[in-house]
Design a protein around this ligand. Sequence first.
Ligand SMILES: Nc1ncnc2c1ncn2[C@@H]1O[C@H](COP(=O)(O)OP(=O)(O)OP(=O)(O)O)[C@@H](O)[C@H]1O
Length: 214
Amino acid sequence: MNSIKLNNVLPHVFEQVSDLQSDVWKKDICFEKGHLYLVEAASGKGKSTFCSYVIGYRHDYTGQVVFDQKDVRTFNVNNWVNIRQKHISHLFQELRLFPELTAMENVKIKNDLTGFKTDKQIVQWFDMLGIGDKLDAKIGRMSFGQQQRVAMIRALVQPFDFILVDEPISHLDDHNSQIMGDIMMAEAKAQGAGVIVTSIGKHMKLDYEKTLML
Ligand SMILES: Nc1ncnc2c1ncn2[C@@H]1O[C@H](COP(=O)(O)OP(=O)(O)OP(=O)(O)O)[C@@H](O)[C@H]1O
């Protein structure tokens, strides 16, 4: 997949808003593979809604979301499974890790399906992110910032053309944010992928090519 386009997209929930000012809603925008984007928004402007549209969990909008030349409304379940397995990786704001599993199990449960990374690589990322001692800790007993690091590792154990990360560092210090950004960008670069980061203010310090205000 080479491009994600939003053509005149407007969430139903914003239809009655008369003074809507946005670089995204009701505009024609294009995210291209191999490029780095920041989508910034104040709380409630639709950041999670935007992610839900791109990953295909919600379709409560007018306008079109188009992957390459195809309107996503034409996709069936198999199409979406293929997209989420091979083309778009998503780091959820609320992470959606399994609290009863350990940190390593949360990553392995996906990597065992994709076979994308070695255990050695995964452990190396845990070490780099300062959670090498938490491999066998249950997610439910880890801090949210530690869980964010696990969720990022899980997002990286699959192939992708785009990675969509929703407020990935809201609970991280600058040092770990930087490491997380470096790891993500190295992976994206290796895959030639596009990167879309969302933020409500605090964001990874990266060389964004385009910043859009929701
Ligand atoms: N599943 C949903 N269906 C319909 N409308 C929704 C849904 N989730 C959120 N909304 C509405 O869409 C608007 C934007 O919500 P959204 O969660 O996308 O904002 P956000 O920018 O991610 O906010 P925050 O940063 O506070 O999480 C809100 O008015 C909200 O009530």
